[in-house]
Design a binder for this molecule. Structure first.
Ligand SMILES: NC(=O)c1ccc[n+]([C@@H]2O[C@H](COP(=O)([O-])OP(=O)(O)OC[C@H]3O[C@@H](n4cnc5c(N)ncnc54)[C@H](O)[C@@H]3O)[C@@H](O)[C@H]2O)c1
Length: 273
C-alpha cells in the first residue's frame, strides 16, 4: 500500500477513540506506520501510556489524551487541543465501545432477567459513545468542508445473535446513524465530508474470549456455530481490519459514504445452508 497515493493517509490528523483497546491500538499502530498524526483517546490513561511508549518515533506523530466519549464538554476541549497542535482534524475513528459482561445473558437466563442498569450502560456506550464524538469532531469537519468518520458496527446489526440484546440494538443504531450522518454531512456540508462504518465479524478479543474459547483452549459450542456460518472457516485477525479502515479514510473512497463494510470472512453473506 505504501507506494499507492490513492490509499495514502500520510500527514492526516486522526482522532482514534478507544485507542487503548485491542482494535483501537491495532489501528493506531497501522496509522502511525502509514505516517498519520494520531490523537489517541481513551478513558483508561494507563493503556494509552503503553501505546505511546510503543509508538513514539515509529513514523507519524502520536499524542495520548485521556477522555470520555460520553462527555461532550470534555470532547470539545480535546478538539481544541488537537486543533491548537495540528490545525485540522481529518479523520475520526469511533472505536470505543464493546459488550459488557453484565449485559450478556447466561445460557439459563431470558431477556426478563436482564438488568436495566446494564442495558442502559451498554446501549449508552455503544450508541452515544459514537454519536457524541461524531457531533463534536464532525462539526470541525463541517467547518473544514472535509473529513472522514469511520464507525464500528457489528454482525449483531444484520441479524439477531443470542444473548447480547443491548449490544445488538446499539450497534444497529450505529449502522443507522452512519447512514443518517453521511446523508446530513454530504447534503449540508459538501461531498468531501464522508461517514462510513466497518462491521467486524468474529475476532477473538478480551470481550468475547470467554464465550468463544474454553479454559482448555478448545472451541465452545458457540464458536463452532460461528465458524460453521463463516465461509472462510476461521476467526479474523484484528490486523485484518486495518486495510478496510484506511481505505474508507483515503482518497480511494472519495465517492463512498454511508456504507457499512463487513470484514467478516463471508459471515454476513452466508445463509448457513
Ligand atoms: N473484538 C471483536 O471481535 C469485535 C467484533 C466486533 C466489533 N468490535 C467492536 O470494536 C470496538 C473495539 O473493540 P475492542 O475489542 O478493541 O475492545 P476493547 O475493550 O479492547 O477496547 C475498547 C476501548 O474503549 C475504551 N473505552 C471504554 N469506554 C470508554 C469511554 N467512555 N470513553 C473513552 N474510551 C472508552 C476502553 O478503555 C478500551 O480501551 C468496539 O466497538 C467493539 O464493539 C469488536
Amino acid at each position: 500500500m505504501e507506494n499507492n497515493n490513492l490509499f495514502s493517509i500520510a500527514g492526516k490528523v486522526a482522532v482514534i477513540t478507544g485507542a487503548g483497546g485491542v482494535l483501537g491500538g491495532s489501528i493506531a499502530r497501522s496509522f502511525i506506520a502509514q505516517g498519520a498524526k494520531v490523537a489517541a483517546l481513551d478513558i483508561r490513561k494507563e493503556n494509552l501510556d503503553a501505546l505511546m511508549k510503543e509508538l513514539s518515533g515509529k513514523g507519524g506523530e502520536i499524542i495520548g489524551i485521556a477522555g470520555n466519549v460520553l462527555d461532550i464538554d470534555s470532547l470539545k476541549k480535546v478538539a481544541d487541543e488537537i486543533l491548537a497542535k495540528w490545525g485540522q482534524i481529518d479523520i475520526l475513528l469511533n472505536i470505543a465501545g464493546g459488550n459488557m459482561p453484565g449485559a450478556t445473558l447466561t445460557e439459563s437466563q431470558t431477556i426478563f432477567d436482564m438488568k436495566i442498569e446494564d442495558w442502559d450502560k451498554v446501549t449508552n456506550l455503544n450508541l452515544n459513545g459514537t454519536v457524541f464524538p461524531s457531533l463534536v469532531f464532525g462539526e470541525v469537519m463541517a467547518r473544514q468542508k472535509s473529513g472522514s468518520i469511520v464507525n464500528v458496527s457489528s454482525m449483531a446489526a444484520y441479524s439477531a445473535i443470542t444473548r447480547v440484546a443491548g449490544y445488538s440494538v446499539a450497534k444497529t443504531g450505529v449502522s443507522n446513524f452512519t447512514q443518517w450522518m453521511a446523508m446530513e454531512m454530504a447534503m449540508k456540508f459538501g461531498d468531501k465530508v464522508r461517514v462510513n462504518a466497518i462491521a467486524p465479524g468474529f475476532f477473538i478479543g478480551d470481550q468475547n474470549r470467554a464465550v468463544l474459547i474454553n479454559p482448555d483452549g478448545s472451541l465452545t459450542e458457540r464458536s463452532k456455530k460461528v465458524l460453521a456460518k463463516t465461509p472462510m472457516g476461521r476467526f479474523g485477525d484484528i490486523t485484518e481490519l486495518n486495510g478496510a479502515v484506511q481505505f474508507l479514510c483515503s482518497e480511494a473512497a472519495s465517492f463512498i459514504t454511508g456504507v457499512v463494510l463487513p470484514v467478516d470472512g463471508g459471515f454476513s453473506s452466508f445463509s448457513g445452508v
